[in-house]
Design a protein around this ligand. Structure first.
Ligand SMILES: *[C@@H]1O[C@H](CO)[C@@H](O)[C@H](O)[C@H]1NC(C)=O
Ligand SMILES: *[C@@H]1O[C@H](CO)[C@@H](O)[C@H](O)[C@H]1NC(C)=O
Ligand SMILES: *[C@@H]1O[C@H](CO)[C@@H](O)[C@H](O)[C@H]1NC(C)=O
Length: 520
């Protein structure tokens, strides 16, 4: 008997609340009364309950609002007038991430002629803040590539590290002092920042990270600092000095309550940000041998290669043929190269751990030798050795990249289709997905995206991030000279171009976006 006939509408709605979107759309097509019930009488209520991320009380009248916490390069939440449309866009986005052939559209922004060092996108304000190899800082419109505001070479040091959160930027200047700048203050135009604080330190600072309105700083001299960043005009204030072991390499990450320091051969050390108490250590080499996997580096296909790029033109995105697929296989990497007896990989317990990140229950870290450690529940991993082995695996990848000393970047983010981890191996960015339990899904392929237009130009990535509809990273390629050739020579890069580089084309690092948003 048809429930629509025998049950009151409220009960039917209640049932549909628990039905999948697929069931709802199938029902809507099953008969005229069902179609009327779902597509006319109760459309918004039904579809609203199907949109993921609906937990935080979004008004039923504003379906576009369910995109408001999204970090997207496209304007995915714009012009969404119904919950059905919101569902449609979310499902298309999810499909795009889940595609067996990851097929992004690619764009490049060349910020001036100098190679970009660090950058951070602000998707809400629609700009990108970047520092460069030569010094200076630029704010560039994310949609047009136009320069909005800048600080010159004399004001911001070469290779300045940049942290950014919601209108607040932090970078380092000489002598262990950090600069704190803000935008959106009275009298500032769009993209313009003003200095609001200087944070001096009398120990050598190695790294800093800003999120959760908290700046965590790490010194190689056994100290960590936690600063609260209250809303303007209050000044940042020191919440806690944390005593840590010697040997912090400079990478660190935090969540609401904890800060995690990368300690090289000592793994990762996690502390309470408020009390400064040690919460525990993560020693990746203690992984169970049955939980070691490997990925063989793919041969790059010629279609990945591109010789030139022009300045950013939103209309000229380049479609990939699909990124190169990667397969995660059981067991450690075969570390003997043909004709050589010397193993390429260092022993696991001698490896050095760098960049690490936490996100919800997930913790990931990256090593000098190209290993990735993944804890699906890091709080549990800290409890005991048994707990650690139950939730931890290591993936060995081709070593031989020299990117480690320059950053060894890694990034982790939860997309609509689950968590994604990105990290750099040789001339590629590896993209791996986790399943709903935060574990590695070895039945699904990973992907490799090139970090440079030609392998021989490979220069380590100096920033990369994965967001809700895209992946962004620094990308080495030949730049096109602009009219005023204010290019400062960078020895590292110049070596690669050779002395006969033409005047019009030169090697530089731009900002590359791999855009996975559906075309609406
Ligand atoms: C900022 O942009 C200007 C103009 O394009 C360029 O000359 C300068 O080198 C850029 N600076 C940085 C730090 O990228
Ligand atoms: C961290 O320390 C603070 C202050 O001692 C305490 O209130 C809080 O419960 C601790 N957090 C955790 C998760 O242990
Ligand atoms: C490892 O690679 C070498 C060289 O390619 C090969 O000779 C050897 O059989 C491989 N070993 C295993 C266990 O696959």
């Amino acid at each position: 008997m048809d429930p629509l006939v025998v049950l009151p509408a409220e009960i039917v709605l209640r049932i549909l609340h628990y039905a999948s979107l697929g069931t709802v759309t199938a029902l809507a097509q099953s008969s005229r009364p069902w179609n009327a019930f779902i597509e006319s009488a109760h459309r918004e209520i039904i579809y609203a309950s199907k949109a993921p991320l609906m937990q935080d009380a979004v008004s039923l009248k504003e379906p576009g609002q369910c995109f408001r916490h999204f970090n997207t390069i496209t304007r995915l939440g714009e012009g969404v007038e119904s919950w059905k449309e919101a569902c449609r866009r979310l499902i298309l986005l999810e499909r795009s991430w889940r595609d067996e052939k990851l097929n992004p559209r690619e764009t490049l922004i060349q910020v001036g002629n100098n190679p970009v060092w660090r950058f951070r996108p602000d998707f809400k304000r629609r700009f990108i803040v970047s520092t460069s190899h030569a010094g200076g800082l630029n704010v560039t419109d994310i949609d047009t590539g136009q320069l909005l505001w800048s600080l010159d070479l004399g004001t911001v040091r070469r290779f300045a590290h940049l942290e950014y959160q919601d209108g607040t930027a932090v970078w380092d200047r000489f002598q262990n002092t950090l600069e704190v700048w803000k935008t959106d203050l009275p009298g500032l135009k769009r993209g313009e920042f003003r200095q609001v604080a200087l944070l001096p330190h009398d120990v050598i600072t190695r790294g800093f990270q800003l999120s959760y309105q908290t700046l965590c700083v790490v010194s190689s001299e056994s100290q960590g600092f936690v600063y609260d960043f209250p809303p303007y005009p209050e000044k940042p204030n020191l919440r806690k000095c944390i005593e840590i072991e010697e040997g912090a390499v400079g990478h660190l990450d935090q969540d609401e309550e904890f800060v995690m320091y990368s300690m090289g051969t000592q793994g990762y050390h996690i502390f309470n940000k408020t009390s400064g108490e040690l919460q525990g250590h993560i020693h990746p080499h203690m992984v169970d041998p049955s939980e070691i996997y490997h990925i063989s580096h793919p041969i790059r296909s010629v279609t990945d290669e591109q010789v030139f790029f022009t300045r950013y033109t939103p209309a000229q995105t380049r479609r990939h043929e699909g990124l190169t697929r990667l397969w995660i296989e059981n067991g450690p990497l075969n570390d003997t190269v043909e004709g050589s007896e010397v193993p390429v990989l260092r022993k696991l317990d001698h490896d050095e751990w760098g960049a690490g990140m936490v996100n919800g229950n997930t913790m990931v870290g990256f090593s000098r030798d190209g290993r990735l450690v993944l804890c699906s529940d890091w709080r549990r991993a800290l409890r005991s050795q048994e707990d650690f082995t139950a939730v931890t695996c290591v993936i060995e990848c081709d070593p031989g990249g020299d990117s480690f000393d320059l950053g060894g970047w890694l990034h982790l983010h939860e997309t609509v289709s689950g968590k994604r981890i990105i990290f750099e191996i040789k001339d590629s960015i590896y993209i791996l997905s986790l399943n709903a339990n935060g574990k590695l899904d070895i039945t699904k392929p990973g992907f490799a995206a090139p970090t440079c237009s030609r392998s021989e130009l490979a220069v380590p990535v100096s920033f990369m991030g994965v967001y809700d509809d895209c992946i962004m990273n620094t990308f080495t390629s030949l730049g096109v000279d602009s009219i005023d050739s204010g290019w400062t020579e960078d020895d590292d890069l110049l070596d690669l171009v050779g002395s006969d580089a033409t005047r019009r084309h030169f090697l530089t690092k731009a900002i590359r976006t791999l855009n996975l948003a559906p075309e609406l």
